[in-house]
Design a protein around this ligand. Structure first.
Ligand code: G4P
Length: 536
């Protein structure tokens, strides 16, 4: 088998210049706006507004089907690549609120860094917390950006405290704000010890023009209201004396979060963030596999599938598999081993994924993501490699929060129904569970977002020609039982929970709420419950 030809030096240089991250946030915190501003700096788009089209699409996600029928929309938003300061940046897009699904979690499996974007008026919000937990599982470095400082916000010290107390994540403020809302005057950059003063521009459509003053420049006292300035100085002294030290190792271990304040909409603080991010972020790192840690600079190509995207147009029933390159060099048409099946696969028609459309791709390096038309061989978590056989750690199933029986009212369609449900499960569109009570044969759909239900029903209708009905179940939490059925039997009778089986026949407990989980755990200290399914 032909292996890729890349010199060690070239490979090392390519890895060195790559950074990859995903933004985790709650809807409306400003992810689309920030993305757009980042792309402006990267020169990937030339005017603000190009990403906005995507926002408009996203707001219409109830119209998801239509959106998907215009081929490629959600595909193209899976990764945005741009260059800035000689660094190639891959921004892995995690979908927004309405399309929150397991893909949102899986995308984090392919990321090396996360940017936690918070609305400074709101602080931590539910979706951010959930996504943070996934980042924590992987010890991802987390950068925090407090957005919308041009509007009334919570006290900055309070915002930092919330992260430290509630997430157990230490913080290091890289810049510090002067005022907020109507009185927002800018930020102090602790790296260069300079003030960046905020000037309101018309919606910040260009990279913001700004006044920069050194610390100690007397003009600052003319430009900033005295009270504000003294408050700022007091706070700065406090964080400099009492706050954590900047410690790159702690950042890379996901224990210390560099913090930034700014306003994406007015394009303020975005460049300061981007500059610091590039200096502090983790480069494509070694990954755990059955052969131990694989260095990105290892000569042999390897990667894994973290997302599958079906094309909704029934006339083009292709699937795209998204692959994170982990080591070596990817080349168009290369032949690789598919670890699960043991087969050889030729990687033809690779696509570079970008906001404006699909482009053909000739080569890619660790940290990049490629899209491959999936001839049906790939499943989520699959490894492909050249050289010595290896498999990367799988991607776990995450605790679903919505459950419903999926009914097929037409018995003559049983075969199609069964086929559709099985295929959609294999593709990772939704988790499927079954009642432990054998008399109830209808599958239970288990999802993290409502949209997953809609997708399954729509696709069953369109691709398998089966109309289905949903019967919602009143649960919102699932926990896998460590030690399986044996451990569950040992625990004896449980109250306020229902036992179901996942697709691998393992016991899963469903609860109405977290409180019930606590009750069961309290009553049965020997019973160990997990939020994610063990990887199969
Ligand atoms: P999302 O992708 O995280 O859901 O958020 P998005 O960027 O769509 O931003 C949500 C809303 O917040 C938008 O307003 C956006 O303009 C606004 N926004 C984002 N960043 C800032 C900021 O730094 N300051 C202020 N004041 N607002 C900000 P919208 O009214 O929903 O949309 P639009 O009419 O502005 O397009």
């Amino acid at each position: 088998m032909a292996t890729s030809t890349v010199s060690e030096t070239v490979l090392a240089e390519e890895v060195e210049k790559r950074r990859n991250f995903a933004i985790i946030s709650h809807p409306d915190a400003g992810k689309t706006t920030l993305t757009e501003k980042l792309l402006l700096y990267g020169g990937a788009i030339h005017e603000a507004g190009a990403v906005k089209a995507r926002r408009a699409q996203r707001h219409a996600t109830s119209d998801w089907m239509e959106m998907e029928q215009q081929r490629g929309i959600s595909i193209t938003s899976t990764v945005l690549q741009f260059d800035y300061r000689d660094v190639r940046i891959n921004l892995l897009d995690t979908p927004g609120h309405q399309d929150f699904s397991e893909d949102t979690y899986r995308t984090l499996a392919a990321a090396d860094n996360a940017v936690m974007l918070e609305d400074a008026a709101k602080g931590l919000e539910p979706q951010t917390r959930k996504l943070f937990e996934v980042c924590r599982m992987r010890s991802l470095p987390i950068f925090t950006f407090f957005n919308k400082m041009d509007r009334p916000a919570r006290e900055p010290l309070e915002l930092l405290d919330e992260i430290e107390q509630e997430l157990g994540l230490a913080t290091y403020a890289v810049n510090w704000p002067i005022g907020m809302g109507e009185q927002f005057r800018g930020v102090f950059d602790r790296r260069k010890r300079q003030f960046h003063l905020f000037e309101r521009t018309a919606h910040g459509s260009k990279a913001a023009g700004k006044t920069v003053l050194d610390l100690g420049d007397p003009r600052i006292e003319d430009l900033v209201d005295q009270d504000l300035y003294y408050q700022f100085k007091e706070e700065l002294e406090m964080i400099e004396e009492l706050g954590a030290e900047l410690d790159l190792a702690a950042i890379h271990a996901g224990q210390l979060s560099p913090v930034f304040f700014g306003s994406a909409m007015t394009n303020f603080g975005v460049q300061l963030f981007l500059d610091a991010f590039l200096d502090y972020a983790l480069k494509p790192a070694p990954r755990n596999s059955t052969q131990g840690e694989i260095e990105p600079t290892a000569e042999d190509f390897s990667g894994f599938v973290f997302k599958l995207q079906a094309n909704m147009d029934p006339k083009h029933r292709d699937r795209v598999a998204f692959i994170r390159v982990c080591s070596g060099k990817f080349e168009k048409d290369m032949v690789v081993n598919h670890a699960r099946s043991g087969k050889n696969v030729r990687l033809s028609h690779p696509q570079k994924l970008f906001a404006q459309g699909r482009e053909s791709l000739e080569e890619a390096y660790p940290g990049d993501v490629i899209g491959l038309n999936n001839p049906g061989v790939f499943a989520i978590g699959d490894t492909i490699y050249q050289g010595q056989k290896l498999e990367y750690e799988g991607i776990p199933c995450f605790s679903p929060e919505l459950f419903a029986y999926l009914k097929n009212p037409n018995p003559s369609k049983f075969k199609q129904f069964h086929k559709g449900v099985t295929e959609l499960r294999e593709e990772g569109a939704v988790q499927i569970m079954f009642s432990a009570d054998e008399s109830k044969r209808d599958p239970i759909l288990a999802a993290v977002g409502q949209l997953q239900f809609e997708v399954v029903q729509f696709r069953l209708q369109n691709e398998y020609n089966v109309e289905t009905r949903l019967e919602p179940l009143p649960y919102s939490v699932a926990r896998w039982v460590e030690g399986g059925w044996e451990a569950l039997d040992k625990a004896g009778r449980l109250f306020n929970t229902t036992t179901v089986k996942d697709s691998w026949g393992r016991p899963v407990l469903l609860f109405r709420n977290e409180w019930n989980v606590g009750q069961v755990e309290g009553d049965h200290p020997g019973l160990k419950l997990r939020k994610t399914a063990p990887v199969v």
